[in-house]
Design a protein around this ligand. Structure first.
Ligand SMILES: Cc1cc2nc3c(=O)[nH]c(=O)nc-3n(C[C@H](O)[C@H](O)[C@H](O)COP(=O)(O)OP(=O)(O)OC[C@H]3O[C@@H](n4cnc5c(N)ncnc54)[C@H](O)[C@@H]3O)c2cc1C
Length: 454
C-alpha cells in the first residue's frame, strides 16, 4: 500500500510498526485458523490513545481496513486479518490504571490480561468475575469484543454485566466516551452495551471502566457421574428448579474426559458418559453440595464424589479448563457455542450425538451446563477434503438444532467469520437490516474489521 507505512511511522514510536512478513504472518489469525484470513500489510502496536487515533485517521484517509486484535485466542475468526490490512494489536496497552475499592471499579487499558486483572482486584479483596477458560492469556479488550463468558457466569454473569463505561476510538479517529463510572446511570442510549460483543466492527476500545465485586469465598466442588448426558441435564434442571445458585456447573462428556486424561493424566473417571462438576462459594458450600448430590442421585447419577478440600476442587476446575486444549489432540477443531434454554439442554446433547453418528465424526462436548451453553467440538482431519466438508456440515446442523430448540448460535464466542451465514437466520431480516445500518453509522467507509459478523 503506497505511503501507508510512511504515514503510520510519523505518529508511532520506533518498533511499533512491523512490516517483516516473518512477524506479520503470525498475526494473521486467531484460534480459528481454518477460517479465511489474509496477509496483513502491517502490524502496529500502539501504546497510547493518541497513537490509536493516529492509526485510525491514517486508515480512514487511505481507506485501509483495520483489524483490532487482543491475544488472538478467539475461536470464531473474528480477529483474522484481511488481505492488505493494518492489524491493530492492543497488547502493549496493558496498564491497570486504577482499582478503586470504594466505588468497586477498575479502570484498565484493553491489553490487560484477564487473570492479571483478577489478581490485582484480589489484592483489594475484590474480584472481576468473568473468567473464560483462556483467562491466563486473553485480554479485556478481546473479552469486550466477544462478550466473553466463562465458568463462573452461572452465578456472576458475563462480560456485558461488568462493563460500565468505555473510551472508544472511532473509525475516523474521534474519541468517544460511553457509559459511566457510577453504580447507576441511564443517560441516553446504552452505547456501552452496544460495543460489548461488537467484535471490533464499531470502534477500538482503548479504556474500560469495569465493575468489581467483593471476592467470594473459595469454591468447594463435587463431581457426579452419569450413564447418559440426558440424566446429567435432568440433574442440572432439578438443581436450578430447587432454587440453588451454584458458582459453577459444568458438564464434560466421555470424549472430553478421555482427552483431558490423555493430556494431563488427571485420573477422571472414564467409564462415565457425562461428568457434572458443581461448586458453591457461599457460607456453607458443603451443605449445598450434599443437597445437590442427592438431586443428582435422584436424576440417576451413578456416583457422586465431593472434593475433600479447596485444592481438590481447584484440580477439578483445572480439568474443565483444559478440555478445549485437550480436544485439540484429536485433530483440527471447530468449536461450537450454541446456548439453549437449560430445559432443552438434554435434547441438544442427544441431537449432537445423533449428528456425530450421521456424519461419522468425533464430536466432544463440554458445557457451561448451568447456563445451557453447550460447546460441541468437532474434531476433523484438515488434510482430508471429505472430512472437512462433513465437519462443516455437522457444525451447521448443530446450529440449526440450537435455533430449533429456541437457542442462539453463540452464547459467548461471537460470530466472527465462522457463523456469519447464521447470524441472518437468527436475527431475521429486520434485525439484520438495523444492525447493518448501525455499523454504517459508526463506520461509514466499512474499514473496521470488514467481513466479520455480516
Ligand atoms: C483454550 C481456550 C478456552 C476458551 N474459553 C473460553 C470461555 O470459557 N469463554 C469464552 O467466552 N471464550 C473462551 N475462549 C475464546 C477466547 O478466549 C475469548 O473469545 C476471548 O474473549 C478473546 O480474547 P482475545 O484477547 O484473545 O481477543 P482476540 O481473539 O484477539 O479478539 C477477539 C475479538 O475482539 C476484537 N478486539 C480485540 N481487542 C479489541 C479492542 N481493544 N477494541 C475493539 N475490538 C477488539 C477483535 O477484533 C475480535 O473481533 C477460549 C479460547 C481458548 C483458546
Amino acid at each position: 500500500m503506497s505511503g501507508l507505512v510512511e504515514r503510520l511511522v510519523v505518529g508511532l514510536p520506533e518498533g511499533a510498526v512491523v512490516v517483516d512478513p516473518a512477524v506479520t504472518e503470525a498475526y494473521r489469525h486467531d484460534m480459528a485458523g481454518f477460517c479465511a484470513s489474509g496477509a496483513p500489510a502491517v502490524v502496529v502496536f500502539p501504546s497510547t490513545v493518541e497513537e490509536v487515533q493516529h492509526v485510525m485517521r491514517t486508515a480512514t484517509e487511505l481507506r485501509v481496513p483495520v483489524v483490532p486484535q487482543g491475544a488472538r485466542t478467539g475461536l470464531s475468526g473474528a480477529a483474522n486479518a484481511v488481505e492488505g490490512c493494518i492489524v491493530l494489536s492492543l497488547v502493549k496497552m496493558d496498564r491497570i490504571l486504577e482499582v478503586d475499592p470504594v466505588n468497586r471499579i477498575a479502570v484498565v487499558e484493553p491489553g490487560v490480561v484477564n487473570a492479571v486483572l483478577s489478581r490485582a482486584a484480589g489484592e483489594h479483596g475484590l474480584a472481576y468475575p468473568p473468567d473464560p477458560s483462556s483467562w491466563e492469556s486473553c485480554t479485556i479488550g478481546g473479552n469486550i469484543g466477544t462478550g466473553a463468558g466463562g465458568l463462573c457466569c452461572v452465578k456472576y454473569g458475563v462480560t456485558s454485566e461488568y462493563v460500565l463505561g468505555l473510551d472508544v476510538v472511532l473509525a475516523d479517529g474521534r474519541l468517544l466516551r460511553t457509559g459511566r463510572q457510577t453504580a447507576k446511570g441511564v443517560a441516553g442510549y446504552d452505547l456501552t452495551r452496544l460495543f460489548v460483543g461488537s467484535e471490533g466492527t464499531l470502534g477500538v476500545v482503548v479504556r474500560a471502566v469495569l465493575a468489581l465485586r467483593p471476592a467470594p469465598a473459595p469454591q468447594l466442588a463435587m463431581v457426579a457421574e452419569f450413564a447418559t448426558a440426558d440424566a446429567a441435564c435432568e440433574a442440572v434442571c432439578a438443581v436450578m428448579a430447587a432454587g440453588f445458585t451454584p458458582s459453577l456447573m459444568e458438564l464434560m462428556d466421555a470424549v472430553s474426559v478421555r482427552a483431558v486424561n490423555r493430556l494431563a493424566q488427571m485420573g477422571l473417571p472414564e467409564s462415565t458418559q457425562a461428568l457434572l462438576l458443581v461448586a458453591f462459594d457461599g457460607p456453607d458450600p458443603a451443605r449445598e453440595l450434599a443437597a445437590v448430590g442427592e438431586l443428582c442421585e435422584a436424576a440417576g447419577a451413578t456416583d457422586v464424589v465431593p472434593a475433600e478440600d479447596q485444592a481438590e476442587s481447584e484440580l477439578l476446575l483445572q480439568a474443565r479448563r483444559l478440555a478445549l486444549t485437550a480436544l485439540e489432540l484429536l485433530g483440527t477443531t471447530m468449536v461450537d457455542d450454541v446456548a439453549v434454554p437449560r430445559s432443552r439442554q438434554g435434547a441438544m446433547l442427544n441431537g449432537v450425538a445423533e449428528i456425530a453418528e450421521r456424519y461419522g465424526l468425533t464430536i466432544g462436548v463440554v458445557c457451561h451446563a448451568g447456563d445451557g451453553n453447550t460447546h460441541p467440538i468437532v474434531a476433523f482431519d484438515a488434510d482430508d477434503p471429505d472430512e472437512v466438508a462433513r465437519a462443516r456440515e455437522s457444525f451447521d446442523a448443530i446450529m440449526a438444532l440450537g435455533l430449533e430448540l429456541g437457542g442462539t448460535i453463540t452464547g459467548e464466542h461471537g460470530v466472527g467469520l465462522l457463523k456469519r451465514d447464521w447470524l441472518a437466520k437468527e436475527l431475521g431480516p429486520v434485525g439484520l437490516e438495523l444492525q447493518k445500518q448501525m455499523k454504517g453509522l459508526f463506520d461509514p467507509l466499512g474499514i473496521l474489521n470488514p467481513g466479520k459478523l455480516f
